[in-house]
Design a protein around this ligand. Structure first.
Ligand code: GRF
Length: 196
């Protein structure tokens, strides 16, 4: 399948997907990486792997590029921009997002990047983790595909927790992309069935 990845930052989740496409784990092909940030290192990662890399802030142009590349799956990998209902409807249940907490906790507007981990620690939660979900009109609220957990240690700060959660992200996001490409993910309403 043809994959399009949207990034805003370092692109470590993108790199995990690139690696699994190159080693054959993911039966898919990243056609384009698009960022709303000109200096996103994720664009650099794409260039290094001879993947089309585009800086584009205008959503209509982003949709146009994804369509001209015949993308079957859009992956939001650290993409810090709200997706409009129009964009969602173009890729209904064909757009995945990774969020660094166990949705529905610590998610929604204002909860992104380190702010998520600050809130988890501030709350005194004992477990956190990451969630991959399909994107719908409400931020971080689409049908959940996969989650995995990490322990919150007493001496954790946002940085140490973020690092531990990022490792989980790098495992479950490529796995969800792989399973999608193998046709092993089906959605009925809010329920997602994954045949692993
Ligand atoms: C990280 O905070 C991650 O939890 C979230 O996006 C941020 C950047 O990730 N998914 P990446 O290194 O750009 O993939």
């Amino acid at each position: 399948l043809n994959i399009g990845v949207l990034v805003s930052g370092g692109g470590s989740n993108l790199q995990a997907i690139i690696d699994d496409c190159e080693n054959g784990e993911i039966k898919g092909n990243i056609k384009v990486v698009i960022s709303n940030k000109e200096d996103a290192f994720g664009l650099e990662r794409a260039r290094k792997h001879n993947i089309r890399a585009v800086f584009e802030k205008n959503e209509d142009k982003v949709i146009k590029i994804l369509k001209e590349e015949n993308v079957d799956l859009v992956v939001l990998a650290g993409y810090l921009k709200i997706i409009s209902p129009k964009f969602v409807s173009e890729f209904e249940n064909k757009m995945m997002n990774i969020h660094p907490s166990l949705i529905p906790s610590f998610c929604g507007d204002g909860f992104y990047g380190e702010k998520v981990h600050q809130a988890v620690i501030g709350y005194g939660a004992k477990v956190s983790g990451a969630t991959v979900h399909f994107v719908n009109e409400e931020a971080d609220a689409g049908p959940i595909i996969m989650q995995d957990t990490v322990k919150v240690m007493d001496n954790d700060d946002a940085k140490t927790l973020a690092k531990r959660v990022l490792e989980v992200e790098h495992t479950i996001l490529p796995r969800c992309v792989k399973l999608f490409c193998e046709g092993k993910i089906s959605v009925e309403g809010r329920k997602v069935k994954v045949s692993e």
